[in-house]
Write a protein that binds this ligand. Structure first.
Ligand code: SF4
Length: 291
C-alpha cells in the first residue's frame, strides 16, 4: 500500500513543513501525506528541546525560539483561529496552499508534534485538554487528535493522563521506532534514553489502545538498514503483538527534506517498498509506504 498518492510530495505545501505561520507561535497548518490532507500542528516544544538527536532531524536549532513554553491558553486561542481560517477558505487562498485547493478546508487531524518531543513538557495533559476542548467547541467531532512521539515519555503519569484525554477525543498515538537493536537506535536516534525503555513504553501504550508505528528508513553512509537489523526490528513489533499490544498500522517513510548530516540519505522508492514487504511478511501488519 502506497500512502496517499492523491497528495504528491512535490507540492510546496507538502515539502514546506515550516512551523512558523504568520503571527502564530504554537499552531501551524501543514498538508501532510500521512494525514491525508490538512493537519493542524500544535507545537508543544517551542523551546526546540528533544530527548532524541535523530540524524535526519529537520528542526532548525540555529534560529532562537520565539517563546519557550506551550501555554494552554495560547493553544486555545491560536487553534480556534486556525480552525476558522481553514474552514472559511482563508487558508486555501494563501499562496503556500495554492496547489492544494479545497483540501485545506477539511481538517483531518490536530497533531501534537513540533520542534521537539511533546511528552517532555510538564503540562502535557493540560495542553491536550485545551486542544480537545477547542476541537469539541468548534464541532470537529470526527477530527482526530494525534500525538506524534518518540515514545520516550509515554510512561510519565501526566502523559498517561493526557493519553486518556486523547482516547476520549478520537485520539491516535503515532510512535517512532527506527531500529531493532540498541546499537542501531543509538546510531540513528542518538538518544540518551535506553532502547528498552522505548520498547517498554510502546508496549505499555499499545496495550491500552491501538498505536501506529512510524519508521523512517534511510541510508547511513550509503548503507541501508542491514537485513539482520530489519529482522530484529520486525521481532520488536512481533514482541509487542505477542504481549498483548495492538498496532493498527506501520508507516514506512524516508527522508524527504535536507538533513543536517550529509551522510544520512533517502532510500529509493523501490528499496522502501522492499522493506515494507518484509515487514508485512514477518509481522502480518499493514504497512503504508511514503517514498
Ligand atoms: S524525535 Fe523528532 S524532533 Fe526529536 S530529534 Fe528526532 S526528528 Fe528531531
Amino acid at each position: 500500500m502506497s500512502g496517499n498518492p492523491a497528495i504528491p510530495n512535490h507540492w510546496q505545501s507538502v515539502r514546506d513543513h515550516s512551523r512558523a505561520w504568520e503571527e502564530f507561535l504554537l499552531v501551524y497548518p501543514v498538508v501532510s501525506r500521512r494525514s491525508g490532507g490538512l493537519s493542524i500542528g500544535v507545537n508543544l516544544n517551542p523551546d526546540k528541546r528533544c530527548n532524541f538527536d535523530c540524524v535526519y532531524c529537520e528542526v532548525d536549532r540555529h534560529t532562537p525560539p520565539r517563546i519557550l513554553k506551550a501555554d494552554p491558553d495560547r493553544i486555545r486561542t491560536e487553534l480556534a483561529a486556525m480552525i476558522r481560517a481553514a474552514r472559511s477558505g482563508e487558508l486555501a487562498r494563501h499562496p503556500r496552499f495554492r496547489e492544494t485547493g479545497d483540501l485545506t478546508r477539511r481538517i483531518r487531524d490536530i497533531a501534537f508534534s513540533g520542534d521537539g518531543e511533546p511528552t517532555m513538557v510538564p503540562n502535557f495533559a493540560k495542553c491536550v485538554r485545551a486542544a480537545a476542548e477547542v476541537k469539541e467547541a468548534e464541532g470537529l467531532h470526527d477530527t482526530k487528535l494525534v500525538l506524534i512521539t518518540d515514545a520516550a515519555g509515554l510512561d510519565k503519569a501526566d502523559v498517561r493522563r493526557g493519553l486518556e484525554i486523547l482516547d476520549a477525543h478520537q485520539g491516535e498515538v503515532w510512535a517512532k521506532l527506527d531500529a531493532g537493536t540498541e546499537d542501531y537506535y543509538r546510531r540513528v536516534n542518538r538518544s540518551h534514553v535506553r532502547f528498552d525503555r522505548i520498547l517498554r513504553n510502546l508496549l505499555l501504550t499499545a496495550r491500552q489502545r491501538p498505536i501506529l508505528i512510524q519508521t523512517l528508513f534511510l541510508k547511513l553512509h550509503g548503507q541501508p538498514m542491514p537485513p539482520e537489523e530489519l529482522e530484529a526490528y520486525c521481532r520488536r513489533l512481533c514482541d509487542i503483538l505477542d504481549q498483548g499490544g495492538r498496532i493498527g498500522e506501520v508507516q514506512a517513510y524516508t527522508i524527504a527534506r535536507p538533513t543536517p548530516e550529509p551522510w544520512a540519505t533517502r532510500l529509493e522508492p523501490s528499496e522502501l517498498e522492499t522493506f515494507a514487504e518484509v515487514i508485512r511478511q514477518r509481522t502480518g501488519l499493514p504497512v503504508s509506504v511514503y517514498p
